[in-house]
Write a protein that binds this ligand. Structure first.
Ligand SMILES: N=c1c2ncn([C@@H]3O[C@H](COP(=O)(O)OP(=O)(O)OP(=O)(O)O)[C@@H](O)[C@H]3O)c2ncn1[C@@H]1O[C@H](COP(=O)(O)O)[C@@H](O)[C@H]1O
Length: 106
């Protein structure tokens, strides 16, 4: 899973210098980070719709779209996937319930 995402992130990074006529990623990146973020939001909503309906096949496909567009959005803002994975590693073993309870009240 991580290998797949790392490979895809590297492909997306390489597309920063590609021709928008031959690469969908390059075309998306050329539209700017705001458009990439908007596109990610659209894909997330499509995944939400399929999750709500309960169609596992369509949800799988939409989830793949979400992950691809998440990586494009991160690339558009020069946030390395490695930083996100490191943040997940940092959280590993900390229950969300415990983390929430430890937040300052107010
Ligand atoms: N994983 C993907 C990937 N997932 C989705 N898409 C494209 O994202 C686009 C989404 O377009 P739309 O907005 O029309 O999507 P949609 O939601 O399906 O369409 P509607 O419901 O809105 O009609 C489609 O053209 C998909 O083909 C992707 N394009 C590229 N990749 C990966 O990126 C690599 C590089 O691609 P290029 O940059 O095109 O060389 C590829 O080898 C793939 O590994």
């Amino acid at each position: 899973m991580t290998d797949t995402l790392t490979r895809l992130a590297a492909t997306i990074d390489a597309r920063k210098a590609a021709d928008p006529d031959s690469s969908w990623t390059a075309r998306l990146l050329a539209k700017g980070p705001e458009k990439c973020a908007e596109k990610f939001g659209e894909e997330a909503i499509e995944a939400i719709i399929e999750a709500t309906k309960g169609d596992r096949t369509r949800l799988t496909s939409e989830a793949a779209d979400v992950l691809y567009h998440l990586l494009v959005m991160l690339a558009a803002r020069d946030v390395p996937l490695g930083d996100v994975l490191a943040e997940l590693d940092r959280r590993d073993g900390t229950s969300g319930i415990d983390e929430k309870a430890s937040r300052p009240k107010g």
